[in-house]
Design a protein around this ligand. Structure first.
Ligand SMILES: *Cc1c(COP(=O)(O)O)cnc(C)c1O
Length: 230
């Protein structure tokens, strides 16, 4: 099943790149393996996949310890400060930094362990509706504040778009995040890169690629529905 799903997703990525006049090499498929057993990750690994996404620190740690060491783990979930220790040194990229408080806590742990961390700033583009997270209006100030933390390196932006039946509904959100990354890049802030745009999930990754996503995070489309009731 995983093999067929991967083939389908990769074909869709290829087509979306073609429509957008982009190179396939510029889009990284992050296989979101949260809640799924290590055997399924190993299966995708054996098919050549190396980028996996997890949203729970402890779960990522446990999987990292038993799976091949050349996997690149992407941390994509809400990160509690007391769990930072599990993620640092394991994740190649933390996609979900949405407050100065969290960034400072990561910086402190990095200092302690003499590590550095690549991060994305998570923006809730559709914030008007939900009021959770950091909206577009607060992004520049937060990025400037985080840029002064010497062990952290902002590589770009991430968003989780709302769940919608019709992926076109999220196009405006992806477009706004892309525009924000262009605006921030134009400010030339020290220690800030805008090379990564992490957006698009199973329901809408094609649209996200058309709007400039460099990383799409696909779970269900590869590993099937998740069962949270284990
Ligand atoms: C679960 C999750 C995904 C993948 O969602 P699917 O709809 O299963 O593709 C992507 N990003 C984040 C942040 C997630 O938590």
């Amino acid at each position: 099943m995983i093999q067929e799903n991967l083939k389908k997703v990769e074909e869709e990525i290829r087509r979306a790149c073609e429509r957008a006049g982009r190179s396939e090499q510029d889009v990284t498929l992050v296989c979101v393996s949260k809640t799924k057993p290590a055997e399924m990750i190993q299966e995708a690994y054996d098919l050549g996949k190396r980028e996996f996404g997890e949203n729970k620190a402890q779960e990522m740690k446990e999987k990292e310890e038993i799976l091949p060491k050349d996997i690149h783990w992407h941390f994509i979930g809400h990160l509690q400060t007391n769990k930072i220790k599990y993620v640092l040194g394991r994740a190649c990229l933390i996609h979900s930094v949405d407050s100065l408080h969290l960034a400072q806590a990561i910086e402190a742990e990095c200092q302690k362990r003499e590590l550095e961390a690549d991060i994305l700033v998570e923006i809730n583009v559709a914030r008007e509706a939900s009021k959770f997270g950091l909206g577009i209006e607060g992004a520049e100030q937060l990025i400037r504040d985080i840029s002064r933390l010497s062990h952290l390196h902002i590589q770009g932006l991430m968003t989780v778009a709302p769940f919608v039946e019709e992926p076109e509904e999220n196009r405006i959100i992806f477009r706004q995040l892309k525009q924000l990354s262009v605006d921030i890049k134009g400010k030339n802030i020290d220690n800030v890169n805008m090379n990564v745009l992490s957006m698009g999930m199973t329901g809408d990754y094609q649209v996200a690629i058309e709007e400039g996503a460099t990383h799409v995070r696909v779970g269900t489309g590869i590993f099937g529905e998740r069962n949270y009731k284990r």
